[in-house]
Design a protein around this ligand. Structure first.
Ligand code: ARG
Length: 564
């Protein structure tokens, strides 16, 4: 880690001048002037009541003295009023890259292993998966991979919505339509759920009957349980197929229904603590605090008709997770609009004390919009089903280039995934974005096809040549070469930022930058026909870059096509 190395060198220089403090070094924000900079003369000046200019000059001179063989720096300059600018030596750059190449884990920062429980996916049984479910799956899968990559343990749960009103509605339809269990198919669910959902919005009485069915199902009604099992099976099979297509997976296939067996225990614990209050026949948990500026309604634990709600099942799920998996963190990846719900659940669980030592986070994300800036819909205004979306993206990609239609089906599916995922994951998750299929499918621009094309192109060169070395020498041959190498050294920062902020877009950003620099390198440096020494050095550099790219793409759950 070059930043770590530089921090140590700088610290020594500051120390030698009598300033015994921790020193920070950052990547230069003026790459035209230098590679790295240290702005800590300001901090030290405050602490020691001195002029930052004097400190900066003093430390810069000391640095030059310490580095009299120019191992670390090509140039160190002090810039008023307090910046120490560093251009590092080629030798140092290559040394640090070599450490990354020699280490099986790219010489990344080591962490103390903890357990992260991730709750993402969250599809609702009986409803087809639509665009709204895309982001939780894509972001959640990526976060899981990033957290693992950094060195932690993860447990992932799809947390199905499998016991809510939509089930009562479909059971009502099955009975009304006079169907037997075997008649419940995917096609039937696709038709029955939207129909019932519309009816219930218009007819309060039917809606109440569906709510009652839901309640009786939860209470264990045999007939309803049978129908529910079949709906579950049909629906979950299809959900699994879609996740498989997206290369999204889970350790646990639990759902809201699994929480029910814990509810008696949870209720007992909450009662002991006197946390359940009566409110017009319902049971609630107050979660307001005195310094709340915003509205903070209580969590409704049990309705007056005895039914449990979304918040109850989330508390029961926490009970199970804490007891079974003993996590240090529980992360929930859902639409930002569920922010209040999770705030209530988190507060209730803290009052209860069950998550005293556990970090709970709601990682919200924005909406996928159409070109009109409103949530992405079909022309007729329906939500877009994922199958349809995949098909549309595939067609768009094929339309961008004549020969794309000849690609293998497997490769096309990889491209569809890359297009959707890279378009999504390059955005800060909290941001809404416009789903512009043609733009995302283009091989030019900040797109999945551009990234994969870069990889495949480099791979072609590598396949035509034979790499015979595994050590870099001390040389860097030109500016394009140097820019690429410096970027490789940024890896740790991007990975750790993505991890700490739970934001995969930092990795997408890094991948894109790396690809741009690779392409510039490639356009300006022709490898074939070079003298052997230099050729081998570049082959080694490109081999490593491509290996890294592949690993990073895997963190976004993007695979590499066999050809493009
Ligand atoms: N099924 C929910 C929905 O569609 C998402 C579940 C999120 N996870 C949770 N533990 N509440 O909104």
């Amino acid at each position: 880690m070059i930043l770590k190395t530089l921090k140590e060198v700088l610290k020594e220089a500051f120390n030698n001048c009598g300033y015994n403090e921790d020193i920070n070094v950052i990547v230069s924000n003026r790459p035209d002037l230098c590679d790295y900079q240290c702005d800590d003369a300001f901090k030290i000046a405050k602490l020691y009541h001195k002029n930052p200019i004097l400190i900066g000059e003093e430390v810069t001179n000391k640095l030059k003295e310490l580095d009299n063989f120019n191992f670390y720096f090509k140039e160190v300059t002090f810039v008023k009023p307090g910046f120490i600018n560093m251009v590092v030596s080629d030798e140092l750059i290559n040394n640090e890259i070599q450490k990354m190449m020699d280490d099986e884990h790219f010489n990344l920062e080591k962490v103390k292993k903890e357990t992260y429980f991730l709750d993402y996916g969250g599809p609702n049984v009986a409803k087809p998966l639509h665009v709204g479910h895309l982001r939780t799956a894509i972001i959640g899968e990526s976060l899981k991979r990033i957290i693992n990559f950094v060195g932690h343990k993860t447990v992932s749960d799809v947390h199905l919505g499998d016991y809510g009103l939509q089930i009562g509605e479909v059971i009502y339809a099955v009975k009304e339509d006079g169907l037997s269990i075997d008649d419940i198919t995917l096609e039937y669910l696709d038709e029955a759920y939207p129909r019932m959902s519309k009816i219930c919005k218009e007819n309060e009485e039917i809606m109440q009957r569906c709510a009652l069915i839901t309640k009786e199902l939860q209470d264990g009604n045999k007939e309803y349980q049978e129908i529910w099992k079949k709906i579950y099976e049909v629906s979950v099979n299809d959900i699994k197929r879609i996740y498989e297509y997206l290369d999204v997976s889970f350790d646990l296939w639990e759902g809201e229904s699994d929480g029910y067996k814990y509810i008696p225990n949870v209720t007992e614990e909450l009662n002991k603590l006197n946390l359940l209050k009566d409110s017009e026949g319902a049971k609630i948990i107050e979660v307001k605090t005195e310094d709340d500026k915003k509205e903070m309604p209580p969590l409704i634990y049990q309705k007056s008709n005895g039914a449990y709600l979304y918040g109850t099942t989330d508390l029961a799920a926490i009970y199970e997770r804490v007891n079974e998996y003993n996590p240090n963190h529980i992360l929930y990846i859902t639409d930002l609009r569920q922010g209040l719900h999770f705030e209530q659940v988190f507060r209730a669980s803290k009052k209860w004390g069950i998550t005293k030592d556990i970090n709970l986070e709601h990682l919200g994300y924005g909406t996928v919009n159409g070109s009109d800036g409103k949530p992405f819909k079909t022309r007729s205004g329906d939500t877009v089903k994922l199958d349809g979306l995949f098909k549309q993206v595939k067609e768009a990609f094929i339309s961008t280039k004549e020969t794309n239609k000849d690609m293998k089906d497997e490769d096309l599916d990889i491209l569809v995934n890359a297009i959707i995922k890279f378009a999504d994951l390059q955005n800060n998750r909290e941001k809404d974005y416009i789903f512009d299929i043609l733009k995302f499918s283009n091989v030019v621009g900040k797109t999945g096809p551009y990234i994969l094309y870069t990889y495949v192109r480099i791979n072609k060169i590598l396949n035509n040549e034979k790499l015979q070395i595994n050590k870099l020498n001390n040389e860097i041959y030109n500016k394009f070469d140097r820019d690429l190498r410096l970027k490789l050294l940024d890896l740790n920062t991007y990975i750790m930022t993505a991890f700490n902020e739970r934001r995969p877009h930092h990795i997408a950003e890094y991948i894109y930058d790396l690809c741009v620099l690779c392409n510039i390198f490639y356009q300006n440096n022709h490898i074939t026909g070079l003298e052997e020494d230099k050729k081998q050095q570049w082959l080694l550099l490109l081999t490593f870059t491509n290996k890294l790219l592949k690993e990073l793409l895997n963190l976004l759950a993007i695979k590499i096509p066999s050809e493009m």
